[in-house]
Design a protein. Structure first.
Length: 85
């Protein structure tokens, strides 16, 4: 198995905006997922490499990680405190 397969197994669900036919940072994309799964934003993590997208998610109460490409790696997620409680 690849690293990415292992990584995605750490999450209940991974969404891609292009598959949803919606665009970030529009709040509706985040709200649609929250509604669909009856999620608590404070227990939901959103990862993106664009600050405008993480700012939009954070304004809705989600935990966010604005991944800095070239400076951070997605595997750093587990070494930092980005995972919701």
């Amino acid at each position: 198995m690849s690293f990415y397969t292992d990584f995605y197994r750490c999450f209940e669900k991974v969404y891609y905006s292009y598959e949803m036919g919606m665009r970030k940072p529009d709040a509706e994309i985040f709200n649609a997922i929250i509604r669909k799964h009856d999620l608590s934003p404070k227990r939901t993590l959103f990862i993106d490499d664009k600050k405008t997208n993480t700012d939009a998610a954070e304004s809705l109460g989600l935990h966010v990680w604005n991944l800095k490409v070239g400076e951070e790696d997605i595997i750093d997620l587990f070494d930092q405190k980005h995972l919701p409680l």
